[in-house]
Design a protein around this ligand. Structure first.
Ligand SMILES: [Zn+2]
Length: 165
């Protein structure tokens, strides 16, 4: 028998768990609009990165505490975390965020990886704007804003990686 799900649901779908408040999944669920638990390690919520009428964001917590986000409308993880006011590294448990070692170059491996993934997402944004411009399309205000956001996020990724501009 599973003990931890035996309390009747009250309030938000995950409020009955006894996990710590510092886990990545809590950070995500606290910021989501009415996350609904569908399994012990799964939730569904409205995606904050697009105009979501019905819940299309799947949230999953892996055994090591990493949060997997998937929007069925196709939003990128970077867009979802940014809309939540989080960074991609917030999806990893703290023990993974900083590899415990004194050998310098081995530290913060996961941050490098998430930073690179983030840069890739932003590069795709910039590339699609370049294609639009090449086709003679005008960029509207929101597209320009998004490109400026891309630059900001790449700068953020550089600082996550321990560099500065
Ligand atoms: Zn979405």
């Amino acid at each position: 028998m599973m003990q931890k799900n035996s309390r009747p649901g009250a309030g938000t779908a995950y409020a009955t768990t006894s996990r710590s408040n510092n886990s990545p999944v809590d950070a995500v669920l606290h910021r989501l609009d009415r996350a609904k638990r569908t399994a012990p390690d799964r939730w569904i919520a409205r995606c904050p990165a697009h105009d979501d009428r019905r819940p299309s964001l799947s949230v999953r917590e892996t055994e090591d505490g990493t949060v997997l986000l998937h929007c069925f409308a196709g939003c990128g993880v970077q867009d979802i975390t940014a809309a939540l006011g989080l960074s991609a590294s917030d999806l990893y448990p703290p023990s993974d965020r900083y590899t415990v070692t004194n050998t310098g170059p081995m530290t913060r491996i996961v941050d490098y990886k998430t930073a690179l993934l983030g840069i890739h997402t932003e590069a795709v944004v910039v590339a699609s704007a370049a294609v639009a411009l090449a086709n003679g399309e005008a960029l509207d205000e929101s597209a320009v804003e998004r490109l400026l956001t891309a630059e900001e996020r790449i700068s953020d990724a550089i600082s996550v990686a321990g560099g500065g501009l």
